[in-house]
Design a protein around this ligand. Sequence first.
Ligand code: HEM
Length: 163
Amino acid sequence: MALLVVLGFAIGLVMVALPLTQLLAKIIAYQVHKTIGLLVPPLVLWRLWLRARRGRPPEDPGLPAWQHSAARLGHAALYALLLVVPVLGYLSASTAPGQIETVMFLLVPIPHVLEPDEASYETLRAIHQVLAWSLVVLAAGHATVAVIHHRRGHSVLAHMLGR
Ligand code: HEM
């Protein structure tokens, strides 16, 4: 999932920067971006289902309570962003005046649920952009803190990797 988010994010930045003179590359980049992004919500839901069934990895008892609370808050924000960012992306694509179709894997058309509307598109697109940055920054912070704990001899990273 981390790989999908990083790839989707990088392609998102590239696709908007591509000039219209490279139209084919731009359209393909949009479809790859949307395909990658639409894979994320079902994977999050699957992950949440597994988490509910199997329970969370054990917390490291060597860490202070405030760090456990901060971690829980961070996880909740990550899960929320992993669901909200793709949904906002999909709604942006639906309302886009240009009406570029959404075709997963360049094969499966996904119907748009909203009518094209410039004002809604601009708002949704701006929120999608800000929250996509928030997701990537939070995920990078999450990974950095895990590595810091690992270097200090705590078991957090091992638990994240299922050991
Ligand atoms: C985790 C999933 C996703 C991430 C991290 C992500 C990230 C991004 C980023 C970084 C941009 C560029 C923002 C900018 O600089 O203007 C972008 C734009 C966009 N994304 Fe996503 N996105 C995701 C999912 C989706 C999905 C599922 C869709 C549609 C099905 C989508 C549709 C769009 C659209 C329409 C734009 C605006 C392009 C434009 O301004 O022309 N995104 N996204």
